[in-house]
Design a binder for this molecule. Structure first.
Ligand code: C2E
Ligand code: CA
Ligand code: CA
Length: 637
């Protein structure tokens, strides 16, 4: 076979494209727009290459084929090529995730060049615009051949513009491969049309672009969980992102194996993995419409694109779990907790959906295996939580947490003799956030160390700026989180900060809670070092924990703060252990602070019962520095 055109690139391209087609079509794919367009690219590319080979062949052998055959072959080839280019463009746009948001009018306008091009191509046998078939010489480039090049340029430029404008929606690595494949498609057209008219390289380059896309963006393996053969969490994120951005309704159903970790310890990872695969197979077959995901250890999620409420499937699944699952040498029962995210409950974004499902599944598992329907309230709570977390991070970063002081009254001295430093966080959007909310958050996410340091530093700065002697204040109490107490360098860190402000550590009393005393080793070492610097310690919130009293009494404590709940239950007649508690600690020669003192009656009676100090709204709420100074000057004058 003699051909005017060199088909070597073309044949290699065909093989490559066929291989990618086989790989792609034999794996499970997500119903995503980008997959839709990519599968079209794969199919059309095969068509383009085959038609190009045919067209080149019949054109080379011009005399053996009629003008009609040559016209048809070339029309098909050019027609498909234009399709391929426009599909590359659609594919790129789909990657930005904005396909659903382009106004209809704009969409139509953007397709005009393509429609025009197809008209030029289809009319070429008559107009001779893109190509022309000479009865003697065969195929010739038409007078308007370069419009093809212009057409390729238009769509490559559009792709690049879209992807650059919405680059925030794609990861950097993806962005690089998108630019690379766009450039390669462009080069293919440029080289063949402008430089090497007799080497068929456009399709070689398109095949190369397909290879890049397949390997870096479209490999179905990215979205599969290898163990179970279900989709993975990345797949869930992708599909959720797309559905949310298109305002499509869908519902999700989470299934968690209760006590998965324990089962894994008993049966071993390998056996349990096999069991998870068995469960995965069952869930996969439940309904062909469902998309099934394996989140992580013993945690499955099913997505129903139809947005139904899983009432029937839920019962079916529950029934199946009443039966055992096979193990290699035996069987195992799993108790499951389930979570439904109904279609009506809106979600802002994929991350929120993931977090919400995860949080509800954790909560369901903690609650010992029930069913949770995700409600608007749970989502609001989660959103509030997220906002608190970012407000806290922001405040820590800007060092903008405030310290308020709550005066502590000494019964024996008849004056305010101390104060407790309390952290305050306010946010422009959320307003005042209670420490009851942000302190546990800081403990969970690890920022409590930084928070503790900042509050300690601000308190030292206060002590440095105002003579405590003049105020007749003996010391300031500062709260330590149990997590801080575990830290080995705590003593060193605190003394360093104090010395930076020239503050003596005996001006500081540190409040620790019962929880901190459960790891007595770590706390004891820190206490020992700090005691040497003159710091004293209070046990905070006595009565809220369940610690062993003997262990507590072994610690070098000076003061016990009796929690407001015990105080209040005494005064509202719900319990009368308060006098006994006071007596017990007095016998141990510990000083006592009563918390939550809200009335004069309480104050008088607590003094009578032998409390050394009192703290509560009756004296003052926690107040900012300036107010605190005024208050103390007035009270202690
Ligand atoms: P806490 O250490 O028990 O602090 C006393 C809490 O009781 C304060 O709440 C205070 O406003 C409140 N309170 C005091 N007297 C009364 C009263 O008469 N009636 C009522 N209803 N409440 C009273 P606040 O400031 O909301 O702090 C809550 C908790 O947050 C604190 O409880 C403490 O555990 C934690 N916290 C606050 N600041 C810090 C800090 O800097 N570090 C650490 N680790 N925890 C802190
Ligand atoms: Ca406290
Ligand atoms: Ca307390």
């Amino acid at each position: 076979m003699i051909m005017t055109w060199n088909p070597d690139f073309e044949i290699a391209a065909l093989l490559l494209t066929v291989v990618f087609n086989v790989f792609y079509w034999t794996q499970r794919r997500l119903p995503l727009y980008q997959n839709h367009f990519f599968s079209r690219i794969l199919g059309i590319e095969v068509g383009v290459i085959l038609s190009d080979l045919v067209a080149s062949y019949v054109s080379s052998e011009g005399m053996n084929y009629s003008v009609l055959v040559q016209n048809v072959a070339n029309t098909v080839y050019f027609g498909l090529l234009a399709f391929l280019i426009v599909e590359f463009y659609f594919y790129t746009v789909s990657l930005t995730g904005i396909s659903g948001h382009i106004p209809k009018a704009l969409k139509i306008i953007l397709q005009i060049p393509f429609l025009l091009m197809e008209v030029f191509i289809l009319s070429s046998p008559v107009s001779g615009m893109v190509f022309t078939i000479d009865p003697v010489d065969g195929y010739r480039r038409g007078w308007g051949y370069l419009t093809i090049f212009a057409f390729v340029c238009i769509y490559i430029v559009l792709s690049v513009v879209f992807i650059t404008r919405f680059r925030k929606n794609v990861a950097l690595g993806q962005l690089i491969s998108i630019y690379t494949f766009s450039l390669i498609v462009f080069m293919g057209a440029f080289l063949q049309i402008v430089f090497f008219p007799y080497v068929l390289m456009t399709n070689g380059c398109s095949a190369l672009a397909i290879a890049i896309i397949y390997l870096s963006l479209q490999n179905p393996d990215f979205y599969n969980n290898n163990m179970t053969g279900l989709f993975n969490t990345d797949a869930f994120t992708e599909i959720a992102k797309e559905k949310i951005s298109q305002n499509k309704k869908f519902s999700c159903f989470g299934i968690v194996m209760d006590r998965y970790a324990t089962a894994r310890k008993i049966y071993g990872k390998e056996h349990l993995d096999l069991c998870m695969t068995e469960i995965a197979d069952y869930l996969k077959k439940l309904n062909p419409e469902f998309l099934t995901f394996y989140f992580h250890e013993g945690c499955f999620v099913i997505l129903d694109p139809a947005g139904k409420d899983f009432s029937a499937s839920g019962i079916k699944i529950q029934k199946r779990f009443d039966q055992p699952w096979k193990l290699e040498n035996g069987e195992i029962y799993f108790h499951i907790c389930t979570v439904l995210w109904p279609a009506e409950i809106a979600r802002d974004n994929a991350a929120e959906l993931m977090d919400g499902l995860q949080m509800a599944m954790d909560e369901a598992a903690e609650a010992g295996g029930s069913h949770i329907n995700i409600s608007q309230e749970l989502i609001e709570r989660m959103r509030y939580d997220g906002k608190v977390e970012s407000a806290l991070n922001q405040a820590l970063e800007n060092d903008s947490l405030e310290v308020y002081f709550q005066p502590i009254y000494s019964n024996s001295q008849g004056r305010i003799s101390a104060a407790e430093a309390l952290a305050r966080l306010s946010d422009p959007e959320l307003g005042f956030i209670s420490p009851e909310v942000f302190i546990p958050k800081a403990e969970q996410n690890g920022s409590i160390m930084q928070l503790g340091r900042q509050i300690f530093e601000k308190t030292c700065s206060f002590i440095h700026d105002h003579s405590l002697d003049e105020l007749k204040i003996d010391y300031i109490e500062i709260n330590l989180s149990p997590i801080q107490c575990l830290q080995e360098q705590l003593a060193e860190e605190l003394t360093e900060i104090a010395s930076k402000y020239g503050v003596s550590m005996n001006r500081v009393n540190l409040e620790i809670t019962e929880t901190a005393t459960t790891d007595a080793g770590a706390i004891r070492e820190n206490m020992k070092q700090l005691l040497e610097y003159g710091t004293t310690f209070s046990l905070d919130d006595y009565g809220t924990g369940f610690s062993n009293l003997i262990n507590i009494l072994k610690l070098p404590l000076h003061i016990v703060k009796i929690d407001k709940s015990i105080v209040w239950s005494y005064f509202n007649g719900a319990g009368d252990i308060l006098p006994h508690v006071i007596q017990m600690f007095k016998n141990q020669h510990l000083e006592i602070v009563a918390e939550g003192v809200e009335s004069q009656k309480m104050a008088d009676e607590l003094a009578h019962m032998g409390c050394d100090y009192e703290q509560g709204f009756y004296f003052s709420r926690p107040i900012p520095e300036k107010e605190f100074l005024e208050y103390v000057r007035k009270m202690n004058s």
